[in-house]
Design a protein around this ligand. Structure first.
Ligand code: AMP
Ligand code: MG
Length: 521
């Protein structure tokens, strides 16, 4: 791929304007052939809807150096300021199990890498900034609803301590963009430790370009896992590390009831961050087979399938690295298979720790020798609760939050969540509760401390589907962002229950019905 295939050179340039950002383009400098230079399209009238002030400050963005329209134009991609060097990255990917050898940033561009105020490296990416060399039949645009949605979901995940790309800004473009109707155009500025995906490796591996795969692997090790440089077998270590990060990521998704919805290998990062908030959603009622995406007819990316798909994605990653793991192919396959097998162990250990913490089980008072024998019974305790939730269609987040109120023996907070018709089944919960309370007695902490710890692990606020829809409707129909601001404020401190946000803890009204999500931004 030549990198001088510039596309869409409609951006204005004000290179003398200093955004304060310390650009440092390692990907562009070191990985020629992995991208196409590209500029954003100039928006007719870019307007800033939201700037993530704390993140902007962390990145070193000096908003005082730019007037509002310059800042909006820069974040929409149509104005180049000092140091930016836009590119669209190339990648491939397995989409719903089928390999597509040619994808790439079709509606996004990498504005550049910056070193933040702590010297840490981040990509600034603009989603919806116009067509690129990889747009295929797409328009390269994004619309306000999905952009606000990604902002809310990504920031919610960040504050729930889940590795994720973050939202830096929302800008409207002043354009109307055709989806199933004409909608306000918008751009999301997002930030990630990098945008390298399993699909980036697959693009070069599928062409037999081993030299590029190796260059990419070396680059990833240096950028994300420098501790592996001196390892005996750095590429095997890279595979193991990425398996570990993905296992942790998916365990975190499962623990908060998050369904990603489109776990294609092009949406699977090497850094282990959640990326691509398209058809994702949080569970309301706990349902292991839950699928929200309109196009996931087979349930490939159902809630309960996510760990399995995570491992499948890691197998695709392993395939691209085989030649560097060992020169003997059968040896390489054996080593890679062993690394993949460890995914299950990593996942289980992370999941168990996270789920235990949700139940206040964090500090055992018993001898180490007895601890391991608890693994099995704790797993049963957790799955027992999940089964009860499935059977009674209990709201996942509400139930865990309510549990912390029942430690002293008053079960009314949970009883309220059972519908009248289910009260008979409440006895099963009482039985479960007794087992849990017996288990709690093995903990070192006092009941009061356990309650505090549980309240810090089980969010009061998640981006509930009906709330996100209300935000989008207000923005689309009335350019009203007050509901967005309110929900965001709650999500930015999700464990701290506040009276003014009482309505945001409620489950969807009965008439909300079943929820369907869509991929397109
Ligand atoms: P996603 O489903 O968001 O992971 O996107 C899959 C691929 O489709 C990526 O290569 C995107 O860049 C591309 N794509 C999605 N929407 C558009 C659009 N409106 N214009 C151009 N490319 C798009
Ligand atoms: Mg994607």
């Amino acid at each position: 791929m030549s990198n001088n295939e510039s596309v869409s050179s409609s951006a204005e340039s004000i290179q003398e304007l200093d955004s304060g950002l310390h650009f440092d383009h390692s990907f562009v400098d070191q990985l020629t052939g992995f991208y196409v230079k590209c500029q954003g399209e100039k928006a007719p009238s870019a307007a800033l809807v939201k700037l993530n002030e704390a993140l902007a400050q962390q990145l070193g963005l000096k908003t005082q150096n730019l007037n509002d329209s310059q800042l909006a134009a820069m974040l929409a991609g149509g104005m180049q300021v000092k140091g930016t060097e836009g590119v669209a990255q190339v990648y491939a990917g397995h989409q719903f199990g089928n390999f597509n050898p040619q994808l790439g940033d079709g509606r996004a561009l990498l504005l550049g890498e910056v070193l933040d105020t702590h010297g840490e490296r981040f990509d600034i990416h603009l989603k919806g900034s116009g067509r690129t060399a990889f747009s295929r039949r797409g328009d390269g645009k994004a619309v306000i609803g999905p952009v606000l949605r990604e902002y809310l979901l990504a920031e919610a995940m960040y504050h729930l301590q889940v590795p994720t790309t973050r939202a830096l800004a929302v800008v409207t473009t002043g354009e109307r963009v055709m989806r199933n109707q004409l909608l306000p155009g918008a751009v999301l500025a997002r930030v990630a430790t990098s945008h390298i995906r399993v699909g980036t490796f697959q693009f070069f591996a599928a062409r037999g370009d081993q030299e590029s795969v190796k260059r990419l692997a070396d680059y990833c090790i240096e950028r994300h896992y420098p501790e592996l440089v001196d390892s005996e077998s750095p590429y095997l270590a890279l595979l193991d590390k990425v398996c570990q990060r993905q296992a942790l990521l998916i365990a975190k998704w499962m623990s908060i009831g998050f369904v990603h919805g489109v776990m294609n290998t092009d949406n699977c990062t090497i850094s282990g961050e959640t990326i691509d908030y398209g058809p994702c959603a949080f569970l309301d009622a706990y349902e292991p087979q839950q699928v929200f995406s309109s196009i996931d007819a087979q349930g490939r990316y159902a809630y309960d399938n996510q760990p399995r798909i995570g491992k499948w994605n890691m197998a695709r990653f392993a395939e691209t690295l085989l030649a560097f793991i060992n020169s003997d192919e059968s040896q390489a396959v054996e080593l890679a298979t062993q690394a993949l097998e460890r995914f299950d162990d990593y996942y289980y250990e992370f999941w168990l720790e996270l789920m235990r913490a949700k139940l206040g089980l964090t500090a055992l008072s018993i001898a180490d020798a007895q601890v391991s024998s608890l693994q099995e019974s704790d797993t049963q305790l957790i799955t027992g609760l999940l089964d009860l939730m499935t059977e009674n269609k209990l709201d996942y987040s509400q139930l865990f939050r309510a549990l912390s109120q029942t430690l002293a023996g008053d079960l009314s907070a949970v009883k309220l969540l059972f519908k009248e018709s289910q009260q008979l089944k409440f006895q099963a919960f009482i039985d479960w509760h007794q087992q849990w309370r017996t288990r709690i007695d093995l903990e070192k902490q006092t009941i009061d401390d356990i309650k505090i710890s549980m309240l810090g692990r089980n969010p009061a606020y998640i981006p509930r589907n009906h709330l996100v829809e209300q935000v989008i409707e207000a923005a689309e129909q009335r350019a009203d962002y007050s509901e967005f601001e309110k929900l965001l404020e709650a999500l930015e401190d999700p464990f701290n229950e506040r009276l003014e946000f009482a309505d945001l803890t409620q489950a969807a009204p009965e008439n909300f019905g079943s929820y369907t999500t869509f991929c397109g931004t």
